[in-house]
Ligand binder design. Sequence first.
Ligand code: DC
Length: 242
Amino acid sequence: VNQEAGRALVVAIDGPSGSGKSSTSRAVAAALGLRYLDTGAMYRATTWWMLQHGVDVHDAAAVATHAQEPVIESTTDPAAPAIRCDGVDVSEAIRGAEVTAAVSAVSAVPEVRARMVALQRDEAERAAAEGSGIVVEGRDIGGVVLPGADLKVFLVASETERARRRALEDALRAGAADPEAAADAAVAATAASLARRDAHDTGRAASPLRRAEGAVEVDATHLTLDEVVAAVVALAVPAGSR
Ligand code: DC
C-alpha cells in the first residue's frame, strides 16, 4: 500500500456480482474506521428513477437525456448504509427484481457513468477533506473512478459460489421460512441471471468490468467472509505499520 503519512486511506474494491464485495467492503470499512460507498447502489437508484419516470431503459438516448436528473444521496456509514433518490429512501426498492433486471442497461449508458463517476469522486474527496478515509466498491473503481487509490482489490469467486451466495441473500431478503432450501431451489435461475449480468457488465463498451492495473486479486471461493475481510485489512494495513 502506497499510503503517504497522514493521508486518509482510500480502498477500491471491484469484482463481479455475488463475489461478496458489499459484505467485505462494509466490514473492512468498519474494521479500519473508514467510510463506505456502494457505487452499485447508485446505479440501481438511477435505474429506479428511470423506471419510476417511465423511461425505457433499453433506449440509451432516452436514459442519457435524463441522466442528470435523479438526486442521489448516499449515507457512507458502514454500520447503516442507505441511499436516497429524490428524497425517498430506496435502499430496499433498489434490490428488487425490476431494478436488478434493468440496471445493466442503464449502467452501460456513458452519460450515466460520467455522472456517477463524478459523484463518486466528490464523495471520496469529501471524505478526505473531512479527514476520513473511504472504502469504495463497484466495478470500475480502481480502474476509472479512483485510479490513485492506496489499495485496489479485485474480488472474485467461482460462478457456482457466487450464485449460491446471491440466491441465499435473496431468500433471506424475501423472508423465506427455510432460506437454505429456497436458495437451493433458486440457484440455477440465479446463476443464469448472474451470468447474463456478468456478460453485459464485462462486454459493454463503457468501462467494462476487468481487473485494474495494480489491483490485488483475492479469490473468495474457499474463504469465509471473516477470512476475506482479514486478508483485505492485512493488505490495507501491512503488519509492519500496525
Ligand atoms: O454491485 P451491484 O450488483 O449492486 O451493481 C449493480 C449494477 O451496476 C451491476 O450490474 C453493474 C453496475 N455497476 C457498474 O457498472 N459500475 C459500478 N461501479 C458499480 C455497479
